[in-house]
Design a protein around this ligand. Structure first.
Ligand code: ZN
Length: 148
């Protein structure tokens, strides 16, 4: 990967860290909490599923720039997708961030800005936390979130 591209990716990550998208709580739907003890990242993912489609998804939490940017990008990437499509995307994302540094990467659109974490194994959990938490939120089927 050339330096110019790396700089661009870095910029996108910093932008999503500073101004995370969909950074809010949802009062309806399902949620799950995730924690990455290695780094101290904490996140809550909220989502509403309508007819198998992720109608809305949002998150709150605190953590390092990678975890926050990854959560922000995750919400943008899965909104409007079916649960199955989101699961496939998670698998491809996980493959990308754990692939050998020199391996070619799939075109995952904006998510490709996080491909650089594969050079830093300790950061892989920061990048995947939001996705694991998303899956937990999807599995929380039937849970009613109370605003009390
Ligand atoms: Zn982290």
């Amino acid at each position: 990967m050339n330096t110019e591209l790396e700089d661009l990716y870095q910029e996108v990550i910093l932008d999503h860290n500073r101004r995370p998208r969909n950074f809010r709580a949802l009062n309806a739907g399902q949620k799950a909490e995730g924690f990455n003890p290695l780094c101290g990242d904490r996140i809550t993912v909220y989502l509403t599923i309508d007819n198998g489609v992720i109608a809305d998804v949002a998150f709150q939490g605190s953590g390092c720039a990678i975890s926050k940017a990854s959560a922000s990008l995750m919400t943008e990437s899965v909104k409007g997708k079916t649960v199955a499509e989101a699961q496939t995307l998670f698998e491809r994302f996980q493959q990308m961030i754990t692939a050998p540094a020199e391996a070619p990467i799939d075109n995952l659109g904006k998510l490709m800005v996080l491909a650089g974490v594969r050079q830093f194994p300790v950061r892989v959990k920061c990048a995947s936390l939001a996705w694991h938490t998303l899956r937990a939120a999807v599995d929380a089927r039937g849970d009613v979130v109370s605003t009390e």
